[in-house]
Design a protein around this ligand. Structure first.
Ligand SMILES: CC(C)(COP(=O)(O)OP(=O)(O)OC[C@H]1O[C@@H](n2cnc3c(N)ncnc32)[C@H](O)[C@@H]1OP(=O)(O)O)[C@@H](O)C(=O)NCCC(=O)NCCS
Length: 173
């Protein structure tokens, strides 16, 4: 499912002869800030990146998670990734996730892409609630949550694996 996101477009992650997202994925996942806040994956080799692209496709197919590459419109170059995870179509709920390639941050890409994914979640999937969580020190993430219309819920009872407080925001349809 492709989505227009203003200056950008959202598409499935790809590793084929026309577009290969694996090199920019590996660059992003090697970045210290990315590694600090995105804990669940290691993409150090082309094989690990291949598995990551395949995992995201399988999660789409299983209605577990919608994930989009945020793409530059003329070249299709990967600028980041946005998603709706913990997808529960029956409960009409998901949790939003976002990261932006280190060389592309601070240009409003996260705000634009997350807003487009939320429009799809509420309008296309019929979700009624989307949450967004981040470690307390993640100032950029807090700014994005506020700009995307989320409301602060507060700290989660259980800290993140890093030991930091996890802050929850949510948005309803
Ligand atoms: C969080 C993240 C997705 C934001 O992406 P982005 O495209 O740079 O976001 P935007 O440009 O839409 O907005 C970010 C805002 O935060 C500001 N900002 C960034 N880092 C900041 C910091 N350390 N302190 C204060 N403000 C900061 C930016 O200047 C920008 O505000 P501005 O438009 O007024 O200049 C990106 O920083 C990222 O990928 N971080 C690593 C992964 C991550 O943390 N993901 C979120 C997990 S919950």
């Amino acid at each position: 499912m492709e989505i227009n996101a203003g200056t950008y477009y959202l598409r499935q992650l790809r590793a084929d002869r026309h577009i290969d997202d694996r090199p920019p994925l590996m660059e992003a996942f090697a970045d210290p800030t990315h590694r600090k806040y995105v804990l669940n994956y290691r993409l150090r080799t082309l094989d690990e990146a291949t598995e990551y692209v395949a995992l995201r496709a399988a999660q789409w197919a299983g209605d577990e998670r919608c994930s989009w590459a945020i793409a530059e419109p003329t070249s299709g170059r990967l600028l980041g990734e946005v998603g709706l995870r913990e997808l529960d179509l029956a409960a009409q709920y998901a949790e939003a996730t976002i990261w932006v390639h280190p060389t592309e941050r601070g240009k409003g890409i996260a705000t634009t892409a997350l807003n487009a994914a939320l429009r799809f979640g509420f309008g296309g999937l019929g979700l009624t609630e989307v949450s967004y969580r981040y470690e307390e020190s993640n100032t950029a993430s807090a700014i994005v949550a506020e700009r995307c219309g989320f409301t602060l819920v507060g700290p989660e009872p259980t800290p993140a694996p890093t030991g930091e407080r996890l802050i929850r925001w949510h948005r309803t349809s």
